[in-house]
Write a protein that binds this ligand. Structure first.
Ligand code: ATP
Ligand code: MG
Length: 584
């Protein structure tokens, strides 16, 4: 039988007040609920209740990893610098890498990730294509000297990650494992109770690497994304932008005096039209130093990665260079550009016949400059940072904006590390070739914080059933008497015998304190046992998630819960167990 958690014994110092430096819900509530404490900037201790949740998150991740066939192992956090020199990352990783020397003056670092270590580990012992594919993983503490550790567990300098690495003889095999891992990551998010979106992260990069980030939707997230009901989701930096410019219909090209107008906002205000009806211009040089002029819908920003790709390198002109070309800052346009200018425009402008755009003369703009008659575009390209309201590239519906927390990421590394570090195997023809590798990371502690970001209210945390420190908390209103406490103790034991984890708040605190703490800590179900109720054979059940309360016959509780369990409707919210109590 599971041990009952006695709150009189549990070290869970709860706080009534919000800690001063905790800006977001997860940080604030994990501190207040007595689950974590700060040790140093970006470094946290897990107290017993926090540790219970952590263990549950870990075991869900472990189960899903094991189900993919990956094998658990454990590598050291302490890594010899020499391996990082081999991969080239001793220099490339930057100051986030925590480095030091041992007493023999050898370079070491505390691992922020383990590609080097695992590649070195297998390079002399994983020898044949017959042993491939192979996936190994660990759940382990990582160190990154983040420039701005913040938001509690979301961005720490010491944090727990599950990292997996896979080795393959060919691309099909890598793709297969990548797909399996992606599916496992989706299941992990679901089991953790996270509302998430898998986001194609890096499609914009030249020679794009294949990668996907799993984003838990939350206002506290640092990532900006767009998503659609059809399932499409993208980081705003990587997503393809199909803007929806609004055509400003005028009879013909007119040159308009726009004194003092230098920005899109000023232009829109001056003409009293939406910014999306204007066209903005950006002049730069490509990789060869030739003049390139880009045009975008006025209400969109340039995506530099995309510009770089479209123009073959793109850097904005300096003021002096603009002047040398005779280009007026703030009123550039496609009509009358220098002959050598290569003109690239955002694809969504292709549908706009008449442009509201600069006249290449300070203080003047054109209204209704006609594409194909008054000017030409040399090339159409994806240039903008996608934003909410743009059309979904998959289905055309307007995209919604959201913020997200990157809880995990899957990545096809190819032969980047195996080639640099000489990790090869013998293929079917006996030739020595570098492995293809994948790596897959889940932020365990970050996921825990993301769960709290999505499951809280003004009273505290509302843990999903799957990760709660215990499923049910029995709250006797009085202790030390011979009616209420014995009844509560028996009830707790009976519920525990169903296989549920039970806490009992047997502290000699006032009822109000116990209720507040129970809401703060976030047990999915609370059962309050009081003298008056008992006289009628009743106790009060409260579902934390909804706040719903119900008087239930004490004699029927375990039977009602067992019914829920038998019905097989157990979800992350634990609804199956608790349904019967609430007449569902
Ligand atoms: P970020 O862009 O947020 O800095 P990352 O892309 O550098 O993260 P990865 O190298 O992909 O992180 O690490 C895998 C996972 O580890 C991330 O998806 C995230 O959940 C977690 N993680 C990374 N950095 C931190 C951190 N400083 N604190 C807590 N968790 C982290
Ligand atoms: Mg990442």
């Amino acid at each position: 039988m599971t041990k009952i958690l006695r709150m009189s014994q549990v070290y869970a110092p709860t706080l009534k007040e919000d800690p001063a430096d905790a800006e977001i819900a997860s940080h604030r509530l994990l501190l207040r609920a007595g689950m974590i404490r700060k040790t140093a900037s970006g470094v946290y201790t897990f107290l017993p209740l926090g540790q219970k949740v952590l263990a549950k998150v870990e075991s869900i991740v472990r189960e899903e990893m094991d189900a993919t066939g990956a094998q658990e192992m454990l590598m050291p956090a302490l890594q010899p610098g020499e391996l990082w020199h081999e991969s080239g990352r001793w220099n490339d990783y930057g100051p986030e890498l925590m480095r030091f020397r041992d007493r023999h003056d050898h370079e070491f670092c505390l691992g922020p990730t383990h590609e080097e270590l695992i590649t070195a580990l297998v390079r002399n012992e994983l020898r044949s294509y017959k042993e491939l594919p192979l996936s190994l993983y660990q759940i382990q503490t990582k160190f990154r000297d983040e420039i701005r550790p913040r938001f509690g567990l979301l961005r720490g300098r010491e944090f727990i990650m599950k990292d997996a690495y896979s080795f393959h003889a060919n691309q099909e095999s890598l793709q297969q494992t990548y797909d399996d891992m992606s599916a496992a990551y989706g299941r992990i998010c679901e089991r953790l109770g996270l509302d998430y979106r898998p986001v194609q992260a890096d499609s914009g990069q030249i020679g794009g690497s294949v990668t996907c980030e799993f984003m838990a939707l939350a206002e506290a997230g640092e990532a900006e994304l767009v998503h659609c009901t059809c399932g499409y989701a993208a980081n705003t930096e990587a997503g393809s932008c199909l803007a929806r410019p609004t055509e400003y219909d005028v009879p013909d090209m007119q040159k308009v005096a726009t004194p003092g107008v230098h920005t899109i906002d000023e232009l829109a205000e001056f003409l009293d039209i939406p910014a999306s009806s204007t066209v903005k211009a950006l002049a730069g040089k490509n990789g060869k130093g030739d003049l390139v002029v880009l045009f975008l819908p006025g209400d969109h920003e340039l995506n530099e990665i995309k510009a770089d790709r479209a123009a073959d390198g793109f850097t904005l002109l300096t003021d002096a260079e603009m002047e040398a070309y005779g280009l007026p800052k703030g009123s550039m346009g496609p009509v009358g550009l220098p002959k050598e200018a290569h003109v690239i425009a955002a694809r969504s402008l292709q549908a706009v016949q008449k442009w509201v755009v600069g006249a290449n003369e300070d203080g003047y703009h054109y209204v209704g400059a006609r594409l194909g008659r008054d000017f030409e575009v040399d090339e159409w390209a994806d240039l903008c940072i996608v934003q909410p309201g743009d059309s979904c590239p998959e289905c055309g519906l307007p995209l919604e904006g959201a913020r997200g927390i990157e809880v995990s990421q899957v990545f096809q590394l190819g032969d980047k590390y195996s080639r640099a570090m000489g990790a090869t195997f013998a293929d079917e023809d006996g030739a020595e070739v570098p492995f293809l590798m994948g790596c897959y990371g889940v932020g365990i502690t970050r996921s825990l914080a993301a769960i709290v970001e999505q499951h809280n209210d003004e009273h505290g945390i509302a843990w999903p059933f799957s990760v709660a420190p215990a499923h049910v908390c029995v709250i006797p209103l009085t202790v030390g008497d011979d009616v209420v406490q014995p009844a509560a103790e028996k009830l707790a034991a009976d519920i525990a015998s169903l296989g549920l984890e039970v806490a009992i708040d047997d502290r000699g605190e006032r009822a109000g304190v116990k209720f507040a703490d129970a809401d703060l800590i976030g047990w999915p179900l609370q059962i309050v046992v009081g003298k008056r109720g008992l006289a009628e054979g009743k106790v009060e059940a409260k579902l934390r998630r909804t706040g719903e309360k119900k008087d239930v016959a004490l004699a029927a509780i375990t039977e009602l819960m067992a019914y829920g369990k038998r019905s097989g409707r157990i979800t992350t919210s634990g609804a199956g167990y608790f349904d019967g109590l609430f007449d569902r």
